[in-house]
Design a protein around this ligand. Structure first.
Ligand code: 6R9
Length: 653
C-alpha cells in the first residue's frame, strides 16, 4: 500500500432537501445536525447512554456505557436486553400489535402480511422448536434460506433464546456453506427445500445435504421450510420439517436476558484471498446503533412503508430489513424476487402495490434499471415514494441523477450510505432533511462517528486529496472480533495505518477524499487502485467518467501491467440496451474519458461485455477482472461470485 490517491473527477451539482421534507423530518436542518454531531463528539458516553435509555428496553441497566481497550470495545457493560424483545414484545402493548410488521411478496406472486402480534407468536413458537432440538444459549445456528418470512422469523427466534445466528446467503454453493458451518461450528441448520430465483426453483436442502456429506461434524439437526415443494431427502432423526415441528410448540417463550456484549450473530464476509472472515456482532450496541440509524437516516415514521431490497444473507438485510426497522416498530417489505427478463418492472410493481414510501437499493440495481430503459418505471405509479437510498458501492454521479429524476420524480432526497459488514450500521450518509446532497458523495458522518482521511502514518491528508478512510473512535455497532481468529481481527482492521502516537485507527480498505465542504467521496477499494506512471487512481472516478457517456450502462476498470507506465487502464464496458459495440465507439469512449477527467485516465484498452463478475450483493469483483486483463489464471476465493458462468463468458469475449 502506498500513500495517497489522486482525485480527478469534479462534481459540482448540489441538491437541497425539499422544504416539505425537512419540516417533517426528525433532523430538520444543517444546524440541528451540527448540534447533534457536536453533542456526540464532546461526550459520546452521555450521547449514546441517553439514546439507549430513551429508545430501547433494558431488563437491567448498564454500569458503564463504554469500555475501550483498543481495539476491543464493550458497550453498555453490565446491561441486559434482548433484541427480539425490542423488535417484538414492546410493540404489542399499543396499536402496533395489529400493524403490519412484514409485508412479504414472493417471486411467483404469492404474498403474506404479518402483523407484530403474529410475528411475535411465530417467533416464540419457532424459538421453542429450536429449544426442543436442544439448542441452547451460545449455540450457533446457521440460516440458509431464500427471501421468505421464515428467514426473519428464524433470526429473531435465535436472538430470542441467545443462540447466535450465522446467515449464509441462499445462493452460495454447498462448499461455501460447508466452510461457514465448520468455521462457526454450527449446531443446527435452518434451510428450505428450495427457493425461487429468476423464474426457476433452486435447490437448497440438497446443498445442505452435500455440505454435511463433505463434513460439518458439528451439525446435529436440520430444519426444512417447505417453499418450492421440490422432492427432498429427509434423514430420520436429523431432519425436521418446519411446518411439522413448529405448530406443536407453545407460543409462550420469554426472551432470554442477554448481556449487552453477548454475541448476537456471525456474518461471513469474503476476503479477496484466504477463507472468509466471520464478523462478530454483539447485542446492545448493535441494537442501539441500527435502531438510531434506521430512524434518522430513513426518517422512518409509523405511517411509512419501508422497503430495502437487499437479501437477508447480507449485512444490509440484517440491519435494515430485520433489526433496525422492527426495533422501530416499522412496516418492512421483504421481496423474494429480482428484476428478470420475464418481469423487469417487478420492483416498481411492488412499490405501486404496497405504496412504498422509502426505497433502499444498490447501485448495481440502479445501473441495471438504466439499461432496461425508463419506460418501465415510467409506466408505474411511484408517487408514494418520499425517500430513496443506496448502498453497496460508490454510486456513479450519472446513475445518481437518473435515480433522482426517474424513480424519485425529482422530489425525493437520496441517502447514499457508506458502511460495511464490520461497521454493523451506516457510518457516512446524509440525514435527508438536513444535509444537501451531491451526486456520488455519501456526504457526512452520522452523529457519533469520527471519520477521517489519512495517509499511512495516520496523518490527515489535505482536503481534495485521496487517502485511507478511517474511523477514529469506537462506535456501538462496531465489529468485536473475527470469529475464532483474534489475530486476524487485529491485523486486518487495526494495523495497516500506524500512527506514531500509538493511537488505534479502524481501517477496512476503502480510499476516499473529502472536499472543501467536508463531504466524503468514497473512491473504491484501495486494493483496486491503479498506478499509471506513478499516479494512483481510484476505480470509481474513471468508471463514472465512462458511465457518464449516454451509451454506457456500466463500467469496471482495472490495471494491467504495462512496460512504459507501470500499469495501464483496462476498461470492461457494458452498453445500454441495443447499442452496437464497435471500434468507433471504443475510440469515442477513450475520447470521452480524456475530455471528462484528463489524459492520465485514458483507457489503454476497452473490452465490451454484457456481463461483469459480481458478488451476490452486487459488487463488481475487480480482482477477477484484473487477472483476466493481464492474462493470468484466476486465483483466490470465488465462492461469493453470483454467476459462475460469467468468467467463461468474459474469457471468450
Ligand atoms: C453495507 C455493505 C462494504 C464495502 C465498503 C465499500 C462498499 C458500501 C458504499 C460503498 C461507496 C457506498 N460500499 N456502501 N462504497 N459508497 N455508499 O455493503 O457491506 O458487503 O461488507 O461491503 O462496500 O467498499 O467497504 P459489505
Amino acid at each position: 500500500m502506498s500513500d495517497t490517491i489522486e482525485s480527478i473527477l469534479q462534481e459540482e451539482r448540489l441538491f437541497n432537501p425539499p422544504t416539505e421534507f425537512s419540516e417533517r423530518a426528525y433532523v430538520r436542518s444543517g444546524r440541528e445536525y451540527e448540534q447533534l454531531y457536536s453533542r456526540a463528539a464532546s461526550n459520546p458516553e452521555k450521547f449514546w447512554g441517553e439514546l439507549a435509555e430513551q429508545e430501547l428496553h433494558w431488563f437491567k441497566k448498564w454500569d458503564r456505557v463504554l469500555d475501550w481497550q483498543p481495539p476491543f470495545a464493550q458497550w453498555f457493560v453490565g446491561g441486559q436486553l434482548n433484541i427480539s424483545h425490542n423488535c417484538l414484545d414492546r410493540h404489542l402493548h399499543s396499536w402496533r400489535r395489529n400493524k403490519a410488521a412484514i409485508i412479504w411478496e414472493g417471486e411467483p406472486g404469492d404474498s403474506r402480511v404479518i402483523t407484530y402480534g403474529e410475528l411475535h407468536r411465530e417467533v416464540c413458537q419457532f424459538a421453542n422448536a429450536l429449544k426442543s432440538l436442544g439448542v441452547q444459549k451460545g449455540d450457533r445456528v446457521a440460516i440458509y434460506l431464500p427471501m421468505i418470512p421464515e428467514a426473519a422469523i428464524a433470526m429473531l427466534a435465535c436472538a430470542r433464546i441467545g443462540a447466535p445466528h450465522s446467515v449464509v446467503f441462499g445462493g452460495f454453493s454447498a462448499e461455501a456453506l460447508r466452510d461457514r458451518l465448520v468455521d462457526a461450528e454450527a449446531k443446527l441448520v435452518i434451510t428450505a427445500d428450495g427457493g425461487f430465483r429468476k423464474d426457476k426453483a433452486i435447490a437448497l436442502k440438497q446443498e445442505v445435504d452435500k455440505a454435511l456429506e463433505h463434513g460439518a461434524p458439528s451439525v446435529e439437526n436440520v430444519i426444512v421450510v417447505q417453499r418450492t415443494k421440490a422432492d427432498v431427502t429427509m434423514t430420520a432423526g436429523r431432519d425436521y420439517w418446519w411446518h411439522e415441528l413448529k405448530p406443536q410448540q407453545s407460543a409462550h417463550c420469554p426472551a432470554e436476558p442477554m448481556d449487552s456484549e453477548d454475541m448476537l450473530f456471525i456474518l461471513y464476509t469474503s476476503g479477496s484471498t484466504g477463507k472468509p472472515k466471520g464478523v462478530v456482532h454483539t447485542t446492545g450496541g448493535y441494537n442501539l446503533y441500527t435502531h438510531m440509524t434506521t430512524k434518522w437516516i430513513f426518517d422512518l415514521k409509523d405511517t411509512d412503508v419501508y422497503w430495502c431490497t437487499a437479501d437477508v444473507g447480507w449485512i444490509t438485510g440484517h440491519s435494515y430489513i430485520v433489526y433496525g426497522p422492527l426495533s422501530n416498530g416499522a412496516t418492512t417489505v421483504m421481496y423474494e424476487g429480482v428484476p428478470r427478463p420475464s418481469n423487469p418492472g417487478c420492483f416498481w410493481d411492488v412499490i405501486e402495490k404496497y405504496g412504498v414510501n422509502i426505497f433502499y437499493t444498490a447501485p448495481t440495481a440502479i445501473r441495471a434499471f438504466i439499461r432496461m430503459g425508463e419506460a418501465i418505471p415510467n409506466a408505474r405509479d411511484l408517487s408514494s415514494l418520499r425517500l430513496l437510498g443506496t448502498v453497496g458501492e460508490p454510486i456513479n454521479p450519472e446513475a445518481w441523477m437518473w435515480y433522482h429524476r426517474v424513480i424519485g420524480g425529482g422530489k425525493c432526497p437520496i441517502v447514499d450510505t457508506w458502511w460495511q459488514t464490520e461497521t454493523g450500521g451506516i457510518m457516512l450518509t446524509p440525514l435527508p432533511g438536513a444535509i444537501p446532497t451531491k451526486p456520488g458523495s455519501c456526504t457526512r458522518p452520522f452523529p457519533g462517528i469520527v471519520a477521517d482521511i489519512v495517509d499511512l502514518d495516520g496523518n490527515p491528508v489535505e482536503s481534495g486529496q485521496g487517502g485511507f478512510l478511517v474511523i477514529k473512535q469506537p462506535w456501538p455497532s462496531m465489529i468485536r472480533d473475527v470469529y475464532g481468529d483474534t489475530d486476524r481481527f487485529r491485523f486486518t482492521y487495526w494495523e495497516h495505518i500506524q500512527p506514531k502516537e500509538g493511537q488505534y485507527l479502524y481501517f477496512a480498505g476503502d480510499g476516499a477524499r473529502r472536499d472543501a465542504d467536508g463531504y466524503f467521496w468514497v473512491m473504491g477499494r484501495v486494493d483496486d487502485v491503479i498506478n499509471v506512471s506513478g499516479h494512483r487512481l481510484g476505480t470509481m472516478e474513471i468508471e463514472s467518467a465512462l458511465v457518464s457517456h449516454p451509451l454506457v450502462a456500466e463500467a469496471a476498470v482495472v490495471g494491467r501491467p504495462d512496460e512504459l507506465t507501470g500499469e495501464a487502464i483496462f476498461a470492461f464496458v457494458s452498453l445500454e440496451g441495443n447499442t452496437e459495440a464497435n471500434e468507433d465507439l471504443k475510440k469515442e469512449l477513450v475520447k470521452h474519458v480524456t475530455a471528462e477527467i484528463g489524459a492520465i485516465a485514458r483507457p489503454a484498452e476497452i473490452r465490451f461485455t454484457d456481463v461483469l463478475p459480481k458478488t451476490r450483493s452486487g459488487k463488481i469483483m475487480r480482482r477477477l477482472l484484473r487477472s483476466l486483463a493481464s492474462g493470468q489464471e484466476i486465483s483466490g476465493d470465488t465462492s461469493t461470485l453470483e454467476d459462475r458462468t460469467v468468467l467463461d463468458k468474459l474469457r471468450e469475449g
